[in-house]
Design a binder for this molecule. Structure first.
Ligand code: FES
Length: 281
């Protein structure tokens, strides 16, 4: 079969070689509008809807500058952690306050950009937003909406390679989130457990799973080795990370959900809309 053509015998939903045009710009030119017969638009539409809604919620919450902390139970929403602003409740600032209180700055001025860039450069999210927001391409076997394609080999997309560095910062922030979850075992009388504690713990476990399932983590743990047999511990760690890595997409979405639920619950308790369901203390 000639380059740049498709044959119906290759299982391409009835598209013949006469329907395909010549190769252009180094890419196969596909004459048919799309080779898919299923509802391929569903995934990009769903992705745009959910991601846009989540981003709008996060931006509103990041700049709200209230209802982020419940002093009685030490519940601190991950959207404000670590709370470095001098405007933060001192009890919420376990790591100190050194960012001046400037109204247009979110209280978590340092962590939010890092986490945003960590997710923005994540291999899974890249796939998701390249497809759904840019249509490049919208789905497998669907033509790219753009005439040219340069991949990630040039500016600005070459900056996506910085992902591995954001991974290191994400590990540090996961440690901070873990401390927040431990701090949430608190009540006015000392030790305590509430529904908020459980939500924070579940959230941080899933955040760790998402972070460790990162493709960069998998490479750091098991990459550049010639013989796994000489590195049994790294081999075992690589096997565990690989299992999580296979669930990276699911973890990416699940953690967006748990972050939202955690933040909303803490906002609701902090605002007095609901009372925390106490189990101990
Ligand atoms: S690849 Fe998704 S977080 Fe690294």
């Amino acid at each position: 079969m000639a380059s740049g053509t498709l044959d119906s015998s290759a299982g391409t939903a009835g598209v013949t070689s006469t329907q395909a045009g010549p190769a252009a710009g180094g890419r196969a030119a596909i004459g048919a509008r799309a080779l898919r017969t299923d509802n391929w638009r569903k995934a990009p539409i769903l992705t745009v809807t959910l991601l846009t809604a989540w981003i709008l919620y996060a931006v509103v919450r990041a700049f709200m500058q209230k209802w982020y902390f419940v002093p009685d139970f030490h519940y601190l929403t991950p959207f404000y952690s670590p709370c470095f602003s001098t405007a933060c409740d001192p009890e919420a600032s376990l790591l100190g306050q050194f960012v001046p209180d400037i109204p247009i700055f979110p209280y978590a001025l340092i962590s939010l950009p890092i986490l945003g860039l960590f997710r923005l450069t994540c291999y899974y999210y890249r796939r998701a937003y390249y497809r759904s927001y840019w249509g490049s391409p919208p789905a497998c076997a669907v033509p790219d909406l753009h005439r040219t394609y340069q991949g990630e080999s040039r500016f600005p997309l070459i900056l996506q390679n910085a992902h591995r560095y954001f991974f290191y910062f994400a590990i540090l922030l996961s440690i901070v989130n873990t401390i927040d979850a431990i701090e949430a075992f608190h009540s006015p009388g000392g030790f305590g457990i509430g529904l908020g504690t459980i939500i924070l713990v579940i959230n941080v476990i899933l955040l760790w799973a998402y972070t460790v399932s990162c493709h960069s983590c998998r490479h750091i743990v098991g990459g550049r080795l010639r013989h796994f047999s000489r590195h049994p511990l790294r081999y075992r760690a690589w096997g565990l990370v690989s299992k999580l890595n296979a669930k990276h997409m699911e973890l990416a979405w699940t953690t967006l959900g748990t972050l939202l639920v955690t933040d909303f619950y803490i906002m609701a308790v902090s605002a007095g809309w609901i009372s925390d369901l106490r189990i101990v203390g």
